[in-house]
Design a protein around this ligand. Structure first.
Ligand code: URA
Length: 191
């Protein structure tokens, strides 16, 4: 990856004023992890903790996800990169509006173009909608792999949804385990 271009992208994103979410942010939450990872997670938008710290998935839902991945020996600093559709927090954690997501998407596309992940996990319906399309339904399609241009994409629940509905936990865990199986296949693949 061109290091210069990566840093340039971060700088651009941190100075972004393309949508109204820039007006109330404390920090832009660009993303974190290994930018050379084969695995990329994409959530919705930063929450209060993320906005305060400038880091993705560090609040209650993020800690649950991080713990689950650690238990599968997947570490953020080494094995994956994690970011969001929107890089700035919507007030009261409302769902990002379509124009906010659309104006932020070029940052995600550039992140993906530089990272070149082999696996992309959409965390929740918002990430799923903007990455794989409107026609997908999270309850119906979670846990299913979609292949696009040699990249395996899986939607699963957003970890915050697990706090609202305990019955989703087992399915979420099942999905994480499938992601680990695919990850091991890909990192050990010769050719
Ligand atoms: N929820 C998200 O979608 N993203 C974060 O970074 C934190 C919580």
């Amino acid at each position: 990856m061109g290091m210069l271009y990566w840093k340039e992208l971060i700088n651009q994103c941190e100075g972004c004023n393309k949508c109204r979410l820039s007006e109330n942010r404390t920090h832009v939450v660009f993303g974190e992890g290994n930018p050379k990872a084969k695995l990329m997670f994409v959530g919705e938008a930063p929450g209060a903790d993320e906005d305060r710290l400038g880091r993705p998935f560090v609040g209650k839902a993020g800690q649950l996800l991080t713990k689950g991945l650690t238990s599968l020996n997947l570490e953020r600093s080494r094995d994956y990169y994690i970011c969001n559709i929107c890089k700035c927090r919507p007030e009261n954690n409302r769902t990002p509006l379509e124009d906010e997501a659309i104006s932020c998407l070029p940052y995600l596309r550039n992140q993906a173009a530089l990272i070149k992940p082999k696996i992309i996990v959409c965390l929740g319906a918002v990430a799923m909608k903007y990455i794989i399309g409107e026609e997908f339904k999270i309850t119906r399609d979670r846990g299913k792999w979609i292949e696009r241009k040699g990249v395996y994409i899986m939607p699963t629940f957003h970890p915050a949804a697990l706090f609202r509905d305990e019955s989703k936990k087992a399915l979420f865990w099942q999905d994480l385990k499938q992601i680990k199986v695919k990850y091991d296949e890909i990192v050990t693949m010769k050719v």
